[in-house]
Structure formats: C-alpha cells, structure tokens
Design a protein around this ligand. Sequence first.
Ligand SMILES: NC(=O)c1ccc[n+]([C@@H]2O[C@H](COP(=O)([O-])OP(=O)(O)OC[C@H]3O[C@@H](n4cnc5c(N)ncnc54)[C@H](OP(=O)(O)O)[C@@H]3O)[C@@H](O)[C@H]2O)c1
Length: 212
Amino acid sequence: MKVSVIGTGRMGRGLAKTLAPVVPELYWGSRSEDRVRQLIVEKELKGVHGVDLNEALRADVIFHSLWFRDLIPFVQEHRQKLAGKILVDIVNPFTEDFNDFTLEWGTSAAEELQKALPETTVVGAFKNTFFKVFDAPEHRGEVSDVYVTSQDEAAKRKVMELLHGIPFRVLDAGSLRNNRTIERMTLFERELAIRYGHYPYVSFRLFGQDPA
Ligand SMILES: NC(=O)c1ccc[n+]([C@@H]2O[C@H](COP(=O)([O-])OP(=O)(O)OC[C@H]3O[C@@H](n4cnc5c(N)ncnc54)[C@H](OP(=O)(O)O)[C@@H]3O)[C@@H](O)[C@H]2O)c1
C-alpha cells in the first residue's frame, strides 16, 4: 500500500514527521519538489521520498493538507487520479480570521469533500490536532486523540491500522457526519487555548476511556 502526504505547510510537515516512522515508504508531495527534498534532509526523515504532486496522487492512501478554499478546486482538477483511493481529510472550514465556520450547520468540510469526490473514499482525521502538537505529542505523560471518521468502515479501519504506533490515541469517531461537531470543536479549543495562553499547542483527549 502506497501512502503519501501532500503539502509542506505546518500540518504537512507535522504529518510527514508523524507518519515517517510507521509507514515504510512515505511519499511527500509538494508543488515544490526542491522544498520538500530540502525538508526531508533538514528533518532527517528516513524512508521518505520527496515527490511532485502527480507522484503523490499515485498513492493508495493520500493525506492532504490544503485549506478548504483550495481543496475543492484541487480535487475537481484531480478527480480521476483520486478515483478508487482513500483521501484523508484534515480540513477545518474556517473564516480567514478563524472566528467562524464557512459552511452551514447541516454539513462539514469532510462531507462536502465526499460529495465532490463520489469515486474516492474520504476519511477524516487530525482535525483537532494543532500543528505544534506534532512537535511534542506527549504532554505530562499523555497523548491526545485523533478522531477518525468515514462512511466506509473498511477504509476507516485501514487508516486506523496505518496510524498504529504514532504518538496519538486513534479513536473510531463514526461517520463523516460527526465532522459537523469535530470541525467546530477545533474553533472551540482554539478559543480556550488562546484564553489560557497555550495556543497553538492544543488538542483534545477524551476523559474516562481505557488506553487503546
Ligand atoms: N494549522 C493547524 O494547526 C491546523 C490544525 C488542524 C487542521 N488544520 C487544517 O490543515 C490544513 C492546512 O493547514 P496549515 O496550517 O498546514 O496550512 P499551511 O501552512 O498554509 O499549508 C497549506 C499547504 O497546502 C499546500 N497547498 C496550498 N495550495 C495548494 C494547491 N492549490 N495545490 C496543492 N497544494 C496546495 C501547500 O503546500 P506546498 O507549498 O508544499 O505545495 C501549503 O503549504 C487546513 O485545511 C486547516 O484547516 C490546520
């Protein structure tokens, strides 16, 4: 199974760093192959290949890190290449000032993405993980949760298995519809982290659960 990450921004870097130790051959794609190759050297990532977007889109499981405003045009352009693949979606559809949602209450970015890509299986993950958490995923001996969602149980299992061994607790969070809540939770955690002075080092952990 070929796995890729798309994007060298804050989340793309965090995802590449987190996935590198658990994915034997990871393909990290960017509009700038030079930048991605330089980052792999700088961060000393073993088993990670810096590739262009076309190569990254050849993977079976693709973690993208685009903003919602760029995502829908991007997937429309690459719809055929994405057919039959699993696309892992980390988007939160927020306004430019991060104070509100850009979608109506009755939907979520993950659901809109799935609607735009009927031949692709969308799996939501990492929506509540702020980029700083990837640098120090353990806080006072505990790791935070990654809520994994999909309409397709087999695809969700596949992504959860792929994430086995990362320094996060990976939980089955049900269907894509739950992203109406999960994506909005990110706005809420951001506000609290700013109030208590630790933004952008913030993520969720559900209390009361046995360790996975
Ligand atoms: N920041 C957070 O803490 C956080 C937390 C949870 C979820 N998220 C979600 O994660 C996503 C990325 O956030 P970020 O903070 O990492 O943003 P970012 O630093 O701006 O990175 C976005 C990356 O997307 C790629 N990109 C942009 N436009 C593209 C296009 N037209 N085609 C292909 N690639 C394109 C770029 O990578 P290249 O230049 O390498 O091509 C860019 O670096 C957003 O949807 C956000 O809602 C962010």
